[in-house]
Design a protein around this ligand. Structure first.
Ligand code: ATP
Length: 287
């Protein structure tokens, strides 16, 4: 006879009483979800939140889950992570085809593990179909934070970011995974910045210096344009989640942060993003 049965004076065998009903109801896990288009500052906010609320990050960018191409996919660096543990970031075989169902399973395991250690799970990434699949298949209590920036400011930021990626070694990084039979339909090779370079790597050996430089410029422009299109598609998906699915997203408008530089930008970040989001998450956790 188990101890609990003796204490409750229940006949041997438990009678018809369902002991499950006597257990306290399983608490739903609280999760913070940081959403937004590419380039809006989701990673920075997630680290601010994690350091403030003792959190761990679960990456929900469908390309950053794969190992490799750290420059092209704009993965957060170790220094930027500031010691905050990250899950599902660069852990998946780059040639496999990781899908929303795989994400849901891995992310929910990570959330369980984080919550069991009394830490706050913070889901961060731009892949809205992954976030939607995870949230709709699990019973979480969610606090959604939406990083938003006006489109013209975002356009110019992501274009400059592609230039910085090139300076940081993007061309060599993509060349290292290039082969002449390339299949761009699965895994990390679907990333913006990989298929665009295909024609350059095929032709560069046959071109003179000037033609090669012109072609490189064309490829870089195409990557910028595809990144701007991605940002618009991501925004459309966020709009649908707000207006059709009626998700309660807390919008943080970071446009002014991106218009400023240095200390002024830091102050605008505190005023427009970090401060308000700390208030929202505090109320979510403690009210
Ligand atoms: P969908 O509903 O189409 O699956 P989604 O919102 O789940 O879209 P997105 O994150 O918008 O997914 O990614 C769509 C595509 O954008 C990817 O397949 C990839 O080509 C590109 N992409 C997304 N994130 C990155 C990234 N970090 N680096 C490079 N390319 C990316």
């Amino acid at each position: 006879m188990c101890k609990q049965t003796q204490l409750l004076n229940i006949p041997p065998g438990g009678g018809r009483l369902n002991l499950q009903l006597l257990r306290p109801p399983r608490q739903t896990e609280k999760v913070v979800v940081v959403m937004g288009a590419t380039g809006t500052g989701k990673s920075k906010l997630s680290i601010d939140l994690a350091t403030r609320f003792s959190g761990e990050i679960v990456n929900s960018d469908k390309i950053q889950v794969y190992e490799g191409l750290d420059i092209v996919t704009n993965k957060i660096t170790e220094a930027e992570q500031r010691g905050v543990p990250h899950h599902l970031l660069g852990t998946i075989n780059p040639n496999s085809n990781f899908m929303a169902a795989n994400f849901t399973k891995s992310a929910s395991n990570a959330i369980k593990s984080i919550s069991s250690r009394k830490k706050l799970p913070i889901i961060v990434g731009g892949s809205n179909s992954y976030i939607e699949a995870l949230i709709e298949s699990e019973n979480y209590e969610c606090c959604f934070l939406w990083m938003d920036i006006s489109i013209p400011v975002l356009d110019s930021f992501v274009s400059d970011r592609v230039d910085r990626m090139v300076m940081a070694g993007m061309v060599e990084e993509v060349r290292n995974i290039f082969d002449f039979t390339s299949d761009y339909s699965r895994g990390i090779k679907t990333a913006i910045g990989v298929p665009e370079f295909d024609r350059y790597f095929r032709m560069e050996a046959f071109l003179g210096e000037e033609s090669r430089a012109n072609l490189l410029r064309e490829v870089i422009d195409e990557i910028k344009s595809n990144t701007r299109k991605l940002a618009r598609r991501q925004l459309e998906k966020i709009d649908r989640l707000r207006n059709v699915k009626e998700w309660n997203l807390h919008r943080l408008d970071a446009t002014d942060v991106f218009r400023k530089q240095g200390r002024e930008a830091d102050a605008a970040w505190e005023r427009l993003v970090a401060g308000p989001s700390f208030g929202i998450v505090s109320r979510f956790l403690w009210n």
